[in-house]
Design a protein around this ligand. Structure first.
Ligand code: GDP
Ligand code: IMO
Ligand code: MG
Length: 430
């Protein structure tokens, strides 16, 4: 039976989704992004050669795999064109293989400006966004005043929508933030010019995906960010502005929820976070430094150092539940190769109380202390391993602990950044 599978992050992003999507597209016919935008940075390493993708789906390096950007993704035309150009320079043809939903909201220059002005105004309370205009673009979508990809090809319609939306935002830019308003003509002309360059990719992606389904093809739905950055279920307000969880794979593409047969939850063997917000297992000691160093934990989009800490099983269990995860893929196991002791957070302490559930409110996060279980490290090289039987007993014990705590099976283990460094216990497409 052909399958459609979602691949998504179960933590705060950067779990290694891109690598796994690239790996699995070996067996999938198409890849579709369903939420987020170019705030994502997905790293693919093939025979030592590194490619970082932001908007283009991580199936683009497999010839013959169709790539789609669904209606749930916010598209910044300039960033997309830059990414396409870089791929073309590496002899990857994008324009003939990528289709973009005409319903996808566009990130306009005022969204980027507003994102940055707001963050600056928040000072010490900033969210630490990627400054890419993601939040303001999603706000316009929900406010029903957004410009959509399909509008770029209809000059009159674009003009009408833009004049209304821009005057609204210019008012805030000028009178609230005391900045220069944006010039209508230049924003309009630029949007039309981007439209010209992107026109051949405009499509009814929902219809195309259903056509693929009818032909018995397998579709991989590529998540961005992570479950704990979800606008509803994450550590609000320190979240991104989209639903990053499995339901968005349906709403962000137009595939039905029952069309999705499998959810792969990508889980780093420890935890990282970029930007502000709660992170109970964050480390500030030598262990944290070693995680950052061994894992090369710098943002693939902004280059910011990532905050590092131990694996948080309480948060992971919640992520498994809200996504209906079928199987877990543990990534970056090799990063733990040099640790004598490995800790796992199995509950939270709040004042005198022990909590085994992920708190729902931001306020409840403030005084949380992790309660750890300590496991022996394996102190040997797992990097590059491809066979489960080769893993040291202590590494297998860690995998067992993740399975027993979350109640979800580990189906894959990533043992290095390269495409070939994996232990595959169960391939979602087989
Ligand atoms: P994504 O946003 O979830 O796609 O993840 P990123 O690409 O932002 O960050 C993951 C980083 O870890 C990238 O630099 C990958 O090359 C790297 N990586 C992925 N899997 C592994 C692994 O199993 N071991 C090691 N050492 N690095 C990995
Ligand atoms: P991938 O797909 C890690 C974080 C930002 C910030 C918050 C809101 O590579 O895993 P935004 O610009 O989205 O409004 O920022 O979300 N963030 C990510 N963190 N990986 C990502 O993507 C992220 N995309 C957004 O750092 O804390
Ligand atoms: Mg990333």
């Amino acid at each position: 039976m052909k399958k459609n599978a979602v691949v998504l992050g179960t933590q705060w992003g950067d779990e290694g989704k891109g690598k796994i999507v690239d790996l699995l597209t070996d067996k999938a016919d198409a890849v579709v992004r369903f939420q987020g935008g170019h705030n994502a940075g997905h790293t693919l390493i093939i025979n030592g050669h590194k490619t970082v993708l932001h908007l283009v789906p991580s199936g683009i390096l497999r010839e013959g795999v169709d790539c789609y950007i669904g209606n749930g993704v916010v598209v910044e035309p300039q960033a997309l064109l830059k990414e396409i150009k870089q791929l073309e320079e590496a002899n990857v043809d994008v324009k003939s293989r990528l289709k973009i939903s005409s319903a996808a909201p566009i990130i306009m220059p005022y969204h980027i400006l507003l994102d940055q002005l707001r963050e600056k105004a928040k000072g010490g309370k900033a969210i630490g966004t990627t400054g890419r205009g993601i939040g303001p673009a999603y706000e316009d979508k929900v406010a029903r005043r957004g410009i959509r990809f399909g509008d770029l090809f209809s000059p009159q319609r674009l003009k009408e929508k833009l004049s209304e939306t821009l005057s609204y935002h210019n008012f805030v830019i000028e009178h609230y933030f005391k900045q220069q308003p944006l010039d209508f003509d230049s924003v309009y002309q630029q949007a039309l010019a981007y439209g010209e360059e992107l026109k051949q990719m405009n499509a009814d992606v929902t219809a195309e995906l259903h056509k693929l389904q009818q032909q018995g093809k397998s579709i991989l739905l590529e998540g961005a960010q992570g479950s704990l950055l979800d606008i509803d279920h994450g550590t609000y307000p320190f979240v991104t502005s989209s639903n990053t969880t499995a339901g968005a794979a349906s709403t962000g593409t137009g595939l039905g929820v029952t069309d999705i047969n499998y959810v792969l939850g990508i889980t780093k063997a420890y935890t990282t976070r970029v930007g502000s917000g709660p992170f109970p297992t964050e480390l500030f000691d030598d262990d944290g430094k070693m995680l950052a160093k061994n894992g090369v934990e710098f943002g693939a989009t902004t280059g910011r150092p990532r905050r590092c800490g131990w694996l948080d099983l309480v948060a992971l269990k919640r992520a498994i539940q809200i996504n209906g995860v079928t199987g877990i893929c543990v990534t970056k196991l090799d990063v733990l190769d040099t640790f004598e002791k490995i800790k796992l957070c199995t509950a939270y302490q709040v004042a005198e109380q022990e909590l085994s559930e992920f708190p729902a409110s931001a306020e409840a996060w403030e005084n949380i202390q992790p309660i750890y279980e300590s496991m022996d490290g394996w102190m040997s090289k797992t990097q590059g391993m491809t066979e489960i039987n080769d893993l040291p007993a202590q590494a297998l014990a860690l995998i067992d602990k993740i399975e027993s705590y979350t109640g979800s099976p580990v189906h894959m283990i990533s043992t290095g950044p390269d495409r070939n460094e994996n232990i595959i216990i169960h391939n979602p497409f087989e």
